[in-house]
Design a protein around this ligand. Structure first.
Ligand code: VNL
Length: 403
C-alpha cells in the first residue's frame, strides 16, 4: 500500500448515520434543537449517500468535507425552511446505495438525493429517483450514460468522454502517435478507452493495445509489463480517484518513468487528494480535467483555503462536485420555495454559475454539466506537487451526448 494521507485511513469517527447540525455555529444549532414550533414537515431533508468506507472512501471524504464547508458558509435556511442533510455510508457497494436511497425516500421523505461515488451506485439508485420523482444530484460518478438512466438525475461532477477527448486532442497536437490505453474495468473506464481511441484515430494516431484492471484491488504489474514491451509513445490511463498513488508507485518501480514512454491521463489519476504524496514520478504528467486545486481564480483560491482550514486536507475534483451540487440544490430549493419533485428538478435545469472550477452550466436538455476541460501538467511549486493548468477546451458538453 502507498502511504495514504491520514484522513484517507482514519475511520475511527465513522458512524453509519450522520447529520451536519453539529458543524453549524453554536447559536444556530441551539435554535434548531430548541425550537418546538419547527414542525417536522417543514424541515427539508436531503439524503446524501457516499462511499465513506470501502475501496474508494477518499471520494466520500472529499465530498463530505465540501458539504460541511457549504453548510458552515451558507447556513441551513433556504426559502425560510430548515435544511437537514442526512449523510449515509454505502461502503462503496451499489446494493447498499440502492437500499439507502429507498429508505431515504420512503422513511425520511427526502426532497432530493445526492452523492453517488461510483457509476454502479448511481445506476442502481436511478429507478428509485424515477419512480418517486425525486431529483438526484450525482456529485461524483462520471460515466456518460448515467444522466440517461433517469429523467430526475442532474450531474455536477464531469463525464469521462469530456476528460478523454481533452487529453487525446492535446496528445495529437504534441507528436504522440502510437498509444496504449489502461483503464479501470467498468463504466467510466469503457468511456475513457472508447473516447480516447476515437479521438486519437480521428487525429491520425493509433491505439495499439487496450488494457484493463479490476475496479477492486487492482494489480498494475501485468499491464505495465506489456506496456514496457510494446514501447508506445505514450500510455493513457484512467483510474478512479484514490488509485493514482498506487499506480504511480508501480510505474516508477518498473522503471517506466525512465523508459521514454510518456504518461498521459485523465485528472482522476493525478488526483489532488493524493498528488502531494506521489513524488517525482508524477512530475511532468499531462492530464485533462475540469478541476485543479491550483486553478488561479479568486473564487478557487478562497475555496481551497477555506476547505483546507476546515478539513485539513486538499480538496480534489470530488470536493468540487459536492460543493457545486450543494449550490444547485440550494438555488433550486429557493426557486421552488421548498417544493420537491418536478418543480425542484425544473429549477436545477439551466443553472449557470461560477464554481471553483470555473464557469458551470447545467444543460437544460441533458441535465449534464458543461464546463472547461483544462490541460494540466504536474509541477512542483513551493515544495508541493500541483496540476498546473496551461490550456483549455472551453465550455465542453459531454461528447457522449452528441451522437
Ligand atoms: C467514477 C468516475 C469514480 C471517476 C471515480 O472515482 C472517478 C465512476 C471514485 O463513475 O465510478 O474518479
Amino acid at each position: 500500500m502507498p502511504a495514504l494521507p491520514p484522513h484517507a485511513r482514519d475511520n475511527s469517527d465513522m458512524r453509519n448515520r450522520r447529520t451536519f447540525l453539529a458543524v453549524l455555529a453554536p447559536a444556530a444549532f441551539a435554535a434548531l434543537v430548541a425550537s418546538p414550533a419547527q414542525a417536522q414537515g417543514e424541515v427539508l431533508k436531503i439524503g446524501v449517500i457516499l462511499p465513506l468506507t470501502g475501496t474508494l472512501a477518499s471520494s466520500g471524504r472529499q465530498i463530505e468535507g465540501a458539504i460541511k464547508l457549504w453548510l458552515a458558509q451558507h447556513g441551513n435556511k433556504v426559502a425560510g425552511r430548515t435544511v437537514q442533510l442526512i449523510v449515509r455510508d454505502d461502503g462503496t457497494l451499489p446494493d447498499t446505495t440502492r437500499r439507502l436511497a429507498q429508505e431515504m425516500v420512503v422513511n425520511d421523505k427526502v426532497v432530493a438525493l445526492a452523492g453517488f461515488g461510483i457509476t454502479p451506485s448511481a445506476l442502481a439508485s436511478a429507478p428509485i429517483a424515477t419512480q418517486s420523482k425525486t431529483p438526484m444530484v450525482v456529485m461524483a460518478a462520471a460515466t456518460s450514460a448515467i444522466t440517461e438512466a433517469s429523467p430526475y438525475i442532474v450531474r455536477t461532477s464531469f463525464t469521462l468522454p469530456q476528460a478523454a477527448v481533452g487529453i487525446a486532442e492535446w496528445a495529437a497536437k504534441n507528436g504522440i502517435r502510437k498509444t496504449v490505453t489502461l483503464v479501470a474495468d467498468y463504466g467510466p473506464g469503457f468511456d475513457a478507452e472508447k473516447y480516447f481511441a476515437e479521438r486519437m484515430l480521428l487525429n491520425g494516431g493509433q491505439v495499439v493495445e487496450k488494457l484493463r484492471t479490476p475496479l477492486r484491488g487492482p494489480d498494475f504489474a501485468p499491464a505495465l509489463q506489456k506496456v514496457r514491451d510494446i514501447k508506445p509513445d505514450a500510455l493513457f490511463v484512467f483510474l478512479p480517484a484514490g488509485q493514482g498513488a498506487a499506480f504511480m508507485k508501480q510505474f516508477a518501480e518498473r522503471g517506466l518513468d525512465k523508459s521514454g514512454i510518456r504518461l498521459i491521463a485523465t485528472g482522476d489519476v493525478t488526483d489532488d487528494d493524493q498528488l502531494a504524496d506521489m513524488g517525482d514520478v508524477a512530475l511532468g504528467v499531462v492530464s485533462s480535467h475540469h478541476y485543479s486545486a491550483a486553478h488561479t481564480s479568486a473564487m478557487n483560491r478562497k475555496f481551497v483555503a477555506d476547505y483546507m482550514a476546515l478539513n485539513k486536507f486538499r480538496p480534489n475534483f470530488m470536493a468540487v462536485g459536492g460543493w457545486d451540487g450543494m449550490r444547485v440544490l440550494y438555488k433550486a430549493l429557493e426557486a421552488s420555495k421548498g417544493a420537491g419533485g418536478d418543480a425542484l428538478l425544473a429549477a436545477m435545469k439551466g443553472q449557470l454559475f461560477e464554481s471553483p472550477r470555473g464557469q458551470v452550466l447545467i444543460d437544460a436538455q441533458t441535465r449534464d454539466v458543461v464546463h472547461d476541460m483544462h490541460i494540466r501538467r504536474v509541477e512542483r511549486r513551493d515544495g508541493q506537487l500541483w496540476n498546473i493548468e496551461f490550456d483549455a477546451i472551453k465550455a465542453m458538453k459531454d461528447p457522449g451526448k452528441l451522437r
